[in-house]
Write a protein that binds this ligand. Structure first.
Ligand SMILES: [Fe+2]
Ligand SMILES: [Fe+2]
Length: 324
């Protein structure tokens, strides 16, 4: 770790390093798949074919991110069934941001710009995480996240430059998503229980507050070009620090949503459990197909080897005849 080398699945690792990674990667994976819900809500109501196609691609990407991450957790010996079971029974969490509702079409833009934007700020440093499979998954995820962020920004720009009502819709969405997006970086450093150990293990490279500050500094000029205001009267450039100052975050809201009292916690979990149950036949069919496929491969593998062997034998005897 001191040499900045990657830790790979077969390497020895402390139990606590393994369990920290499983917990973090699982929570990340759960967030990706739960995160599909608020936006999927708008697929049938997207205002044009182009917007619908983009949104479908984006939501499918999130499913893909979940798959990369569950696979990364499996390299640590975790079982996917067990992780999903923990999600469904509330023993593992997902990002609280997805417990907020998507009330208008502009929310799709605000999620892309702010929520995917915050996710990128969090995940770019994870590309250098000490655990190899997680770091490599993040490289791919981040490329897709930047497409998500751009589509959100472009959607909001179209609304902001549209009619008065469209502009107001965009502003309302930004007003609702701004503060929860800042909460995505987690509690302040002083109260963050896992941060220090994760920094030593190079799972985390920057503190919650550092990343939050970076995100605010990125968003301010973007909001200006969008022609939208960020809902914080205390937000202003601090010449001395070379960063923006911003207002106090309402952490009581964060803890309350985390504990299950957000506007959509119940809805998200009910929908997730239902999707899991309704998808049981797909998982069974896929497992049966995989089993049959590997059986067939073994059988054709055997017969191919038999042909190869007899060919080799024929060549050998020809060679013997020639030398004789
Ligand atoms: Fe994602
Ligand atoms: Fe995304």
């Amino acid at each position: 770790m001191a040499a900045d080398e990657r830790i790979e699945p077969r390497d020895w690792m402390p139990d606590a390093y393994r369990s920290t990674l499983v917990r973090q990667i699982a929570q990340h994976a759960h967030s990706e798949i739960i995160g599909m819900q608020p936006e999927a809500n708008w697929i049938t109501r997207a205002p044009s074919l182009r917007r619908k196609a983009i949104l479908m691609a984006k939501v499918q990407d999130e499913a893909g991110h979940g798959l990369y991450l569950y696979s990364a957790a499996e390299t640590l010996g975790a079982s996917r069934d067990d992780l999903l079971d923990k999600l469904h029974s509330g023993r593992q969490k997902y990002s609280s941001i997805f417990n907020y509702p998507t009330l208008t079409w502009a929310d799709v833009g605000a999620i892309g710009w702010l929520v995917d934007g915050a996710a990128i700020t969090n995940q770019v440093p994870l590309c250098r995480c000490s655990y190899g499979p997680y770091a490599r998954a993040m490289v791919r995820v981040c490329k897709e996240e930047s497409f998500h962020q751009r589509q959100g920004y472009e959607l909001l720009l179209a609304l902001s430059r549209g009619t008065e009502a469209q502009h107001a819709m965009a502003q309302d969405a930004v007003d609702r998503w701004w503060w929860p997006s800042l909460m995505m970086f987690g509690p302040p450093d002083a109260e963050s229980s896992h941060s220090e150990q994760s920094m030593t293990w190079k799972i985390k490279r920057h503190s919650n507050d550092e990343l939050r500050q970076r995100f605010v500094d990125i968003c301010v000029p973007q909001a200006e070009s969008l022609g939208l205001a960020l809902p914080d009267p205390d937000l202003k450039w601090n010449e001395e620090r070379g960063q923006h100052d911003f207002g106090a975050i309402d952490w009581s809201e964060f803890w309350s949503v985390l504990k299950g009292n957000g506007p959509c916690n119940e809805q998200r979990m009910t929908q997730r459990r239902r999707a899991h149950e309704e998808g049981a036949w797909v998982r069974e069919a896929a497992a049966a197909h995989a089993a049959r496929h590997s059986e067939r491969e073994r059988a054709t593998g055997d017969s191919e080897r038999a042909i190869e062997n007899s060919e080799r034998a024929a060549e050998d005897s020809e060679r013997e005849e020639a030398t004789a």
